[in-house]
Structure formats: structure tokens, C-alpha cells
Design a protein. Structure first.
Length: 371
């Protein structure tokens, strides 16, 4: 059938070609038929092969269609920024156990907690660094920490402690004085004496005996006492009037060079340069048990912010001249006057004056202690 169809097509095309040739010659003369491309046998294109039954069609590229794998479900959030709960407080306490939270737990998930969580996640491989606590982070943290104690969840805060020097320490001492536990004049310095007095109060109040004032100790003490009056914090003392020493009364050893000329008769220190008195200050000496030694000495060491480790006492602007004896400022002298004494040092009660003198005196300058 297909061959017959092709032959008919060839005949038709040939006839059409002959007809077109006759019409286009423009001649009255009969012409021989001329073969041309139109007379060439036309070969029909083969029909597409039918698909075999049971075969699936391929795509244009001959590749089989790829199938997408389903996405994993999103991980659940346990805690995140803005949360405020006891579980957040537990999170903060657990992070503190592993060194990733230095602040006091609050229960609020703020910027500090976000940063701490992110730091923990970054430190452990396999955790997404997001700053948010997903299930994997929480389980990871639980496995590496223990149940926080009450003190970890609600840590005490230190209010005052050894070495502090402030008005609040003076108030502490005055409040302890109201309870008969501090029988000295308040000084504002938290030394060994204050530590022992605080321990005595903590024992009597049933608190942990540490000698340090935490918030629980301070709360209990302020509830048991009243706000101290200024006279309780700054006990007034009588300061005796001492006549000024004249240059004529100076020891002869002070009249040459640079000398700290200290008179036990007048309780005065004179700063003398080449026989001229530049400064005169009130001074106090050691007690009978700890006398200040007389004689001529030399300033061998200066210590601006000195603190005595032997007597646990501040000795600012100290100028040492003989062993442990020195000229220095005394807060106790400023408050209590001549009613007390030192452990052998020469005390000065005018802080501004001795601060200025400290800057003028040099190591190697002469010190004369005399009657």
C-alpha cells in the first residue's frame, strides 16, 4: 500500500512539473519534456515507530525524573529570647556550672543569656549556634550538669567584705555598736576587728558565720537596728590645742639640709629645708608599750598607699625611717585625737597636708625625733 501511494505521488508531481514547464516557456514551438528536480522520485519519511507495550516513556533528555526527599521536621524550641521563667533560671545556673554564665541567675532570657547559650553551642560540635535552646541543646546541657542547688539558683550577693573602706562600712560598724557588738569608734575600714564583730553577729542571728556581709546578713542587721545618726558614725572627740613651735625651738640637727624635725615635747612635725620651716603638722606618737624611738634617721622607703600586714591597718603616705616605724596619715588620730596612740609610728591627722609633704620629701632625707 505504501509503495502504490508513493508511485501515485511521483506521477502527480511529474505531471505538475510538465504543466508548469509548458506554461512558462513563452514559445509556440513544441518542446521535449525536460527532466528537472521535480521529476525526481520523492521518498516518504518513515513513520515513527510504535512504542512497545509495557515500556514507560522517557523525558526529552532520556533521563528518568528525580524525586525530592521530604524535609526533616523543625526541632522544637525549649527556651528562647524574651522568656521569663524558673526554667530559664535553671538554664542560667546550669550554664554557670560549665563556665558559660558569670552573672547571677535572674530567670529572664535576655541578651546575656543569648550570648551564653551561643557560646556553649559553639564549644560543642554538632549543636547549631543560634543562641536559642532547642531540644538537642537542652538535652546536651542536662547530660553535662547537675540539678542546681538553691544557692546556685538564688546566689547570695556580697554587700561588704574584708579590705573595703567606705561610708557603708562605717554604718555597719555603727549598727553593730547599737547591738553592743562594736565598742570602738567607727572608722569605715573593714579589717580583722570588723570581721570578728560580724562573725559574732552572725552567730547570734543564726546565720552562716563567714565574717563577710552578704545580703542576708545585711538585711537581718538593718531590720534589727535603726539608721545610725551622724554622731554614731562620727563620734566627736576633743582635740587639744598645742602651741606652735618656733624655729628657735628646733633641734640643732634640723637646721641643715632637708629634715623632718619631730618634737615629742610639742607634738609637732616641722619640714625644714636649709634651716627654714616650710610646713608644720600636728603629730601623735607610740604608746608606752610601743614607744617611738628618738634619734637621727633617714627616710629609706616611701609607700603612698601602704597597708600594715602586721597590724591590719591602713598607713597611707608612709615614710619609713627606722625599721617598721614611719611617718604616716592616721584616720584614727583624726577622729580620736591624742586619746590614743600608735604602735610606734608618727601619726599625722591632716590628710591633705601630709599628701603634699609626701610629694616633697625624698628618700635619703633626714629624720630627727627629739624632745
Amino acid at each position: 500500500m505504501r509503495s502504490a501511494h508513493i508511485r501515485r505521488s511521483v506521477v502527480a508531481v511529474t505531471a505538475a512539473a510538465l504543466l508548469l514547464t509548458a506554461c512558462g516557456s513563452g514559445s509556440d514551438t513544441d518542446a521535449e519534456p525536460v527532466a528537472n528536480e521535480a521529476t525526481t522520485e520523492v521518498t516518504a519519511e518513515p513513520e515513527e515507530a510504535e512504542e512497545e507495550p509495557g515500556e514507560e516513556p522517557e523525558d526529552a533528555d532520556g533521563d528518568e525524573e528525580e524525586t525530592e526527599e521530604p524535609e526533616a521536621p523543625a526541632e522544637a524550641v525549649v527556651m528562647g529570647p524574651g522568656d521569663n521563667s524558673e526554667r530559664v533560671r535553671e538554664l542560667q545556673a546550669r550554664l554557670a556550672q560549665v563556665g558559660h554564665f558569670a552573672a547571677k541567675p535572674t530567670g529572664f532570657y535576655g541578651d546575656m543569656t543569648v550570648g551564653s547559650v551561643a557560646a556553649y553551642q559553639e564549644a560543642h560540635e554538632g549543636l547549631e549556634v543560634s543562641g536559642t535552646v532547642h531540644t538537642s541543646t537542652w538535652e546536651h546541657l542536662l547530660a553535662r550538669t547537675t540539678e542546681p542547688t538553691h544557692d546556685e539558683l538564688f546566689p547570695r550577693e556580697q554587700v561588704m567584705g574584708y579590705g573595703d573602706n567606705s561610708e557603708q562600712v562605717r554604718e555597719l560598724q555603727a549598727r553593730l555598736g547599737q547591738l553592743g557588738l562594736f565598742d570602738e569608734n567607727p572608722t569605715g575600714y573593714y579589717g580583722n576587728v570588723t570581721v570578728e564583730k560580724v562573725k559574732a553577729y552572725q552567730r547570734s542571728a543564726g546565720l552562716e558565720v563567714s565574717g563577710t556581709v552578704y545580703d542576708d546578713t545585711w538585711s537581718a542587721l538593718t531590720s534589727a537596728t535603726t539608721k545610725p545618726a551622724r554622731e554614731e558614725m562620727y563620734v566627736p572627740v576633743e582635740v587639744p590645742v598645742v602651741e606652735k613651735e618656733t624655729p628657735a625651738g628646733l633641734d640643732s640637727r634640723c637646721m641643715t639640709g632637708r629634715a623632718l624635725c619631730i618634737s615629742k615635747t610639742t607634738n609637732k612635725l616641722s619640714w625644714v629645708v636649709d634651716g627654714t620651716v616650710r610646713t608644720t603638722l600636728d603629730v601623735r606618737f607610740g604608746t608606752e608599750e610601743y614607744p617611738t624611738r628618738e634619734g637621727q634617721f633617714t627616710v629609706y622607703w616611701k609607700s603612698r598607699d601602704h597597708h600594715s600586714t602586721l597590724y591590719d591597718s591602713p598607713m597611707p603616705f608612709a615614710m619609713f625611717f627606722d625599721g617598721g616605724q614611719a611617718v604616716h596619715y592616721s584616720e584614727n588620730f583624726r577622729q580620736n585625737g591624742y586619746s590614743g596612740g600608735s604602735y610606734g609610728c608618727v601619726n599625722v591627722r591632716d590628710r591633705e597636708a601630709i599628701a603634699a609633704l609626701f610629694d616633697q620629701v625624698r628618700e635619703g632625707d633626714k629624720v630627727v625625733v627629739h624632745w
